[in-house]
Design a protein around this ligand. Structure first.
Ligand SMILES: [Zn+2]
Length: 394
């Protein structure tokens, strides 16, 4: 102890002293800073902490009025208003920012981007488009283009959508070929509705050039051929679906049988669709085959087929179809009993016989190429919900 140098003895006091001074400086700095903030700011914070968001907003608005320099608070409030659906207030907040002549370029871009989103949320698509168009470069350019693409889709402006999707793709934002093919299919569909069959054909070729695996383009190519009276050509297009995506043959079964019927080769069509059913079992194909079998070979043959299918892969949807074929053979009394059973399971099969979007889970009675829930393209497998459930269970 005696040999310890003098400075070792005072070191602890020295360190304590330094810490005390540092703490004083920090507190002093904080106090100076907080004195610069208007008291409404603290009132707002207090309301927020007490979970009174409406009163907090009023207090913050007061801050913004007193001190228009608080850009971050403008952005925060604008965002909050938009999320709460108060788009008018959000728009005013961001317009307010943009009206400042001294606003730096980066923040001007940010404010314009937010304003575009406000307009979008308010359903003012023209104004949203105008706002996003002004952001052709800078940090928000890519996101603005994505919003523009969404707007063109909403407006069904497919030509503009194709252009925007290509630009986005070229800016390195990932492949858009699937969408581009779908946009061409939309244009083809419109042309078909207006009996411009050559235009429709050209759009479908463009769709296949963008995405050679586009099932929808093949489907429509066949439909165009039918309208032109070329059933042979239609069959050729629909047969190509098997190579593109086997599960999607479920969508062409009925079309194929009808085309073969028109050509006077009904049994050939039935044989082809039956071979699809064997290779790619599907409740939709089963329904088509059962109906065609009843037509070609009578109700007993259809019932035998339905019974086999039910035993091979039991499901309520298959049971429903079996009961349909069974009631064709029944005596009037039996038919009454079968009707009761059919009605009992009908409510249930309606619920489990829907298509489901793999992106958002939206259920639909109809098959969609674009989900009405989340607007994703090609997110519906051509399978009914019960089939999908049975698939995941086995
Ligand atoms: Zn969806």
């Amino acid at each position: 102890m005696d040999s310890a140098p003098w400075w070792l003895l005072i070191a602890p006091f020295l360190l304590f002293g330094l810490g005390w001074i540092a703490a004083r400086i920090d507190i002093g700095h904080l106090l100076t800073e907080s004195r610069a903030l208007p008291s409404s700011y603290f009132k707002g914070l207090n309301f927020l902490l007490n979970e009174q968001p409406d009163r907090a907003i009023d207090a913050f608005i007061e801050v913004v009025k007193l001190d228009p320099e608080t850009t971050e608070l403008h952005f925060a409030l604008g965002n909050l208003f938009r999320r709460r659906g108060e788009t008018e207030r959000a728009i005013r907040m961001h317009q307010n920012l943009l009206s400042r002549p001294d606003l730096p370029a980066e923040q001007r871009g940010h404010a314009m981007f937010e304003l575009g989103q406000d307009y979008l949320k308010a359903g003012l698509l023209d104004r949203a488009e105008e706002a996003f168009r002004q952001l052709s470069d800078g940090g928000h350019a890519t996101d603005a283009k994505r919003h523009l693409l969404d707007i063109f889709q909403l407006e069904k402006e497919w030509r503009k959508a194709i252009e925007a999707a290509r630009e986005l793709q070229e800016s390195g934002a990932g492949s858009n070929q699937v969408r581009i093919a779908q946009y061409h299919c939309e244009l083809a569909q419109t042309a078909m509705n207006e009996s411009r069959l050559d235009d429709a054909h050209a759009e479908l070729e463009a769709a296949l050039a963008a995405n050679r695996r586009s099932v929808r383009a093949l489907l429509l190519l066949g439909d165009v051929a039918v309208q032109q009276g070329e059933d042979e050509e239609a069959i050729a297009a629909w047969k190509r679906v098997e190579q593109q995506s086997a599960p999607h043959v479920a969508l062409v079964g009925e079309r194929l049988i009808d085309a073969y019927r028109r050509l006077g080769r009904f049994p050939e069509g039935l044989k082809l669709v039956k071979s699809y059913l064997d290779a790619y079992p599907s409740i939709d194909l089963l329904e088509v085959v059962l109906r065609a079998t009843a037509e070609a070979d009578g109700p007993l043959a259809a019932n035998t087929l339905a019974r086999e299918a039910l035993h091979r892969s039991p499901s309520l949807l298959a049971l429903g179809q079996y009961l349909d074929t069974r009631s064709q053979l029944a005596t009037p009394n039996e038919r009454d009993d079968l009707e009761v059973v059919k009605n009992l399971i009908h409510n249930h099969t309606r619920r489990i016989g829907r298509y489901i979007c793999t992106n958002c889970g939206f259920k639909a009675r109809q098959f969609h190429w674009q989900c009405p829930g989340c607007t994703h393209w090609e997110s519906y497998p051509p399978r009914r919900s019960e089939e999908l459930e049975n698939q995941t269970q086995s």
